[in-house]
Design a binder for this molecule. Sequence first.
Ligand SMILES: [Zn+2]
Ligand SMILES: [Zn+2]
Length: 317
Amino acid sequence: MQAIVKAKAEPGLWLEEVPVPEVGSDDVLIRTLKASICGTDIHIYNWDAWAQKTIPVPMTIGHEFVGKIDCVGSNIRGFAEGDLVVGEGHITCGHCRNCLAGRRHLCPNTQGVGVNRPGAWAEFVAIPATNTWHADPAISLDVLSCFDPLGNAVHTALTYDLVGEDVLITGAGPIGCMAVPICKQAGADKLGMKEGFDVALEMSGNPKAMLDILPNMFYGGKIALLGIMPSSAPIDWNIVVFHSLTIKGIYGREMFETWYKMTSLIQSGLDIWILGTAEPRHFREGVVPAIRQALDQEPRLIPSRSGPKIRHGWPKK
Ligand SMILES: [Zn+2]
Ligand SMILES: [Zn+2]
């Protein structure tokens, strides 16, 4: 099959012929219908310090995708050929304390699809059935393909109760933009804040955002951090302590509580419009230069009657 491979320890990606993945007894083999580009893929493309220490080469990359089950392992019940599915890209160990307690998103032994094991920018990808989510066929393939980052937005936004709360979102990339209609739908206050923000969602990873957030929080405010700050990012601890703020780090999606919630949000009207997903046939038409072009383009926010929509994708020819 054809796949986008990090074939060499240098910047770039290569379209290569690789074997169809083997399907273990607990796995499903998925034929990819659409895939999306994540910031993680850009790090891998650029071969920065994180990628160099994390990615073994060669590696088929990509972890945001939707597809149809092609075949299932011998132990699998509940999935069958032709089912429309989305993959949860964090493969957890199943035997640590958090996995056993049902907190799989907190597994310290997590492996990443398209990071530590072969990914989804390929005609087929194999993942454990326990990482596979039955998708609602009424939801567009473009949106399903973005369930991974949409799940980040939903997990972060719904970490705290938002009903009637004044919410500050820092970071207007795709995930920050997706968080806006999620917060509205979850009941965040639209009338204007008087005393300070009750909840902040940090989605930029920019250290300046934290410096802006802290003095603008109301006493007892709660902050969820999704953006990845440099480890040396400064924090005014006096504000955190004297204003009794709560700070929580968010990673990935709760399996599969976040997946239920994002499906339900979309079924009840959450409107996320995404352009720029790719199909395997686009890979053949030269997705590598297309990725390069996409890197040079900023995501754009387009106002609409039903709230902001996201476009992140290929530039117009
Ligand atoms: Zn991603
Ligand atoms: Zn575990």
